[in-house]
Design a protein around this ligand. Sequence first.
Ligand SMILES: [Fe+2]
Ligand SMILES: [Fe+2]
Length: 393
Amino acid sequence: MRRKAGWRQRPVRTIGIKLCAIACTIDHFCFVKDEKIPKSVLRIGIPMLVHYVTDEPTKIPAIRAMLEPQHKVESLLLGAIDKQAISSGVLMVDADLRRSAPVEQIKRVLRDLHSVSEKLFVVQSHLNHMVAQAYALGATSVVSRPKEILSKLEQIEIAQKSAQAGTVDAPPKNANSAVAFASMFSAVRSGKPFKLSDAENATSDIINGIEKNGLSVWLDDVRRYHEGTFQHCLLVTGVAVGFALDLKFPDADVKQLGLAATLHDIGKARIPLSILDKPGRLDPSEQEIMMRHPVIGYELLQAIPDITPAILDGVRHHHEYLDGSGYPDALTAPEISDLVRLLTISDIFAALIESRPYRPAMSRQDAYKILRTMDGKLERSLVKAFRRPALSA
Ligand SMILES: [Fe+2]
Ligand SMILES: [Fe+2]
């Protein structure tokens, strides 16, 4: 199927916020299951090296007791670290990110150790506002509880051993776009302007990566290396781009849909992290706050020069359904553009396949089956066309 450049636009009416039980769940799909640490991998050869960086020496014995002998722990005390030449293993940063001294010291350490690809930050679960700080510093994962630390280290070890065995490519191919997403979110969160060109560059990187390596490799990389809102936005963009490429859209439309996907949840940067990162089902008042993000994003972007009406439409309406049960404007089919229809399918699919600390990632097959049950809400012919990129691209 080849479509002409340019999006079919439909008139938009605004009838105010309508809360709707089904629509509100998509951004916070809660399949809370019993937490399980993955089965131990077969351990062959030397244990993985964990470079534990902390500002608190009394924490070191407990970390050693938890991680050894499964992993080899090398402790590095902030402020007492000489320039290190480390390139293997994983960096685990456990320091008080509320204070400027350790933050500055961490920046220096990370500059020296830029060749270590895995940077795991430990943030106490009640300090959710520090999660953004960790990502802004360059975290590739943020964990809080011991179970999460062990589980994450196990995932990393499996990935690194696979890479050494030559079964997967080691370096994340999405590193630049991930950094762009992190800095975009942290700029918006702290009330600073962000550049549209950063979002465009991140989108172009993703398009190039998927054109070169295919969607599957790209999705696996994102799920292995990133978490939370960044992971979600990267996945939605990748899925939307993969969808558009599979439909053989003209370049301009691939870029437009990709950029709408990159920016679709930018409004979440203004949602409190205690809600955004809540490891469980949101209560009704939290859901109501979460459901404001499309309008927040739309209002944030309206002020940006060069933003197109199609992007604004995508950001505001990616939770609308054809049957009028979506939000924030309860649009119905004639008012929902093609771009929004594609973006909504990509958004739901990405939300289902992303991994979260409290639930395993759903398989692409199961996620696609759920889309098939949403007849009446999503355009049937598009869901059908989505089958190939969803399952095999
Ligand atoms: Fe959203
Ligand atoms: Fe989303």
